[in-house]
Design a protein around this ligand. Structure first.
Ligand code: DQQ
Length: 547
């Protein structure tokens, strides 16, 4: 089982052993980033979760602490499920989470640090008033979970939203208000709803500025406090206009979607710019994600769970399951105004070691060329292609139905597939392809697709090798097609066109492991394409320890 051993990541957050799922209660507190996570301490598959806890000073190097919350109260005896942190006005944190009991009946509870002066927040206690919220009339106790971070509005009340579904399978976000986190009042109208979307898990709701990369704290934005005035002075961007993001994790499809829109502090309702739950954060494995406002650097940071693509049997053999995707800075794409951008937090760049730069080269049809400096299983790869000039070809047969799944990188078009093969052996038997594909549309135009193809990533059995992909918006003013790919043993994370689209894949090579792993560039289209630049960095490992 050398290949299972080789799947352990080198610079991603993963549990020491056993099963992890959703990120919970991320926050910055007294000099430390805190990450809590759904964790089954007893097995490498999901089971009644506790909250694992880890701290970091840079979002990259983590130390494990003891479990923060365990299922030991009558109202959470079947698991301390997902929840969020809120920093109160006095600077101390409070957690709200879902407790599960009696056949997974769900209610909401509160936990606070035993000693708020401890920057590591090692010990937590559940408040005697728990559970503080039961499912409202008309909502099943099986469909009522994952409270958000609370925010303060000008009326001095704290508000949270909680995901649920109606008997008709309408996904909804319930709104509650409170003075003290212990007594909560349900608002009659929902924050948002979308018919036929099923249960909304891990709802996230936050503002994004229309210009610039800075994040904002929702309470500071809506309350209008002294703190806000200070911020406005220090950070001119803060006075710029903003939009709201509503993210929902769809239990039915296991995908995270986000809608941009506006929030009315009169009606406490969200109005999406376009109907529906919106596009996906990530076109691969990325679920139950959650953001937090990082007061240290004024960023909004996104955490998401990257589940395994192998079997539970293999997870038990490995002794662990799941990683957290690299935390991503998230902000509005000012160029389009209609999507957010996601990019690995800049601290990840500190893990970069040796850099090898490949000069510009034309890739002929069928070229598969090994990249110098790309050996090994831990890489950070920046790839830029010239945008092909589609006007040079006569009219071609439309190919609109190609969605990456039909043959993946082996498909042949005019412009593409072209891109890179990561975690590849010398014979190019195993490879995970990340590529662009210019699609001739039925209307005579062209659209650009980007795909992550796992179908030939491994010779091992029992793997989910679904090919992921989507169209990416390339603006007429943009003359390059680019992506950045983080490779780390069993995870491949792709960020396209400055972060407009992301794809996270989990792969388990058997040949292309350790130092036997190679990197290639390829072009499988019938026309040449120009690789403008390729930078590949060796990535150092993080050593995670318990403290
Ligand atoms: N995982 C938690 C729930 C949440 C789900 C339980 C999403 O609170 O809805 O482990 O993955």
């Amino acid at each position: 089982y050398a290949f299972l051993k080789a799947s352990h990541t080198g610079f991603h957050f993963q549990p020491e052993k056993n099963f992890m799922n959703d990120p919970n209660g991320p926050m910055y507190y007294k000099g430390y980033y805190h990450l809590f996570y759904q964790y089954n301490p007893k097995d490498a598959v999901w089971g009644p979760p506790s909250w694992g806890h880890a701290i970091s000073t840079d979002l990259v190097h983590w130390s494990y602490l003891e479990l923060a919350l365990v299922p030991d109260a009558w109202y959470d005896i079947e698991g301390v499920w997902s929840g969020s942190a809120t920093i109160l006005e006095d600077g101390t944190p409070v957690m709200m989470y879902t407790g599960a009991r009696n056949g997974q009946h769900q209610s909401q509870s509160v936990a606070v640090p035993v000693d708020p002066s401890d920057p590591l927040l090692r010990k937590w206690k559940k408040v005697p008033e728990n559970p503080v919220l039961l499912n409202p009339t008309g909502i099943s106790p099986h469909d009522f979970r994952d409270p958000t971070t609370a925010w303060l509005e000008a009326d001095g009340l704290w508000r949270i939203t909680i995901g649920a579904k109606t008997a008709e399978k309408t996904g909804i976000a319930l709104m509650y208000q409170s003075m003290d986190f212990k007594h909560w009042e349900l608002q009659e109208t929902w924050l948002a709803q979308v018919n036929h979307t099923g249960m909304w898990e891990c709802v996230d709701f936050y503002p994004v500025l229309e210009e610039g990369k800075l994040g904002i704290d929702q309470s500071v934005l809506l309350r209008g406090t002294k703190k806000e005035r200070q911020l406005a002075d220090e950070q001119p961007e803060f006075t710029s206009k903003f939009k709201y993001v509503l993210k929902v994790s769809l239990d039915d499809t296991r995908h995270d979607h986000y809608a941009l829109g506006t929030y009315s502090t009169d009606t406490h309702q969200f109005t999406p710019d376009a109907p529906g739950v919106g596009p996906r954060y990530d076109w691969g494995k990325f679920y139950a994600s959650k953001t937090f406002y990082d007061a240290k650097t004024s960023r909004r940071i996104l955490w998401g769970w990257a589940n395994e693509s192998d079997s539970e049997e293999q997870d038990r053999k490995k002794g662990w399951a799941s990683v957290q995707a690299i935390p991503r800075t998230i902000w509005l794409d000012a160029k389009t105004g209609s999507n957010i951008l996601q990019w690995p937090v800049e601290e990840v760049d500190d893990l970069r070691g040796a850099l090898t730069t490949t000069p510009s080269v034309v890739l002929q049809p069928r070229d598969v060329v090994k990249v110098e400096g790309g050996d090994g299983p831990q890489l950070d790869i920046e790839v830029v292609f010239e945008k092909p000039d589609v006007t040079i070809v006569p009219q071609v047969i439309p190919d609109e139905e190609f969605d990456c799944s039909q043959g993946g990188s082996a498909h042949r078009g005019v412009f593409g597939p072209f891109g890179i093969l990561v975690l590849t052996d010398d014979e190019v038997i195993e490879h995970t392809a990340v590529f662009f594909y210019l699609t001739p549309m039925n209307n005579g135009g062209w659209k650009t697709r980007v795909c992550s193809d796992q179908s030939r990533s491994s010779l091992a059995p029992d793997l989910d090798t679904t090919v992921y992909g989507s169209f990416v918006n390339i603006l007429p003013t943009e003359d390059t097609l680019s992506f950045r790919v983080l490779v780390d043993h069993s995870i491949v994370e792709t960020f396209v066109q400055g972060g407009r689209l992301a794809i996270t894949s989990r792969v388990y090579p058997t040949l292309a492991i350790g130092e036997k792993s190679r990197l290639f560039v390829f072009n499988n289209g019938t026309r040449p394409v120009t690789l403008k630049s390729l930078n590949v960095y060796q990535m150092n490992s993080i050593a995670m320890h318990a403290i």
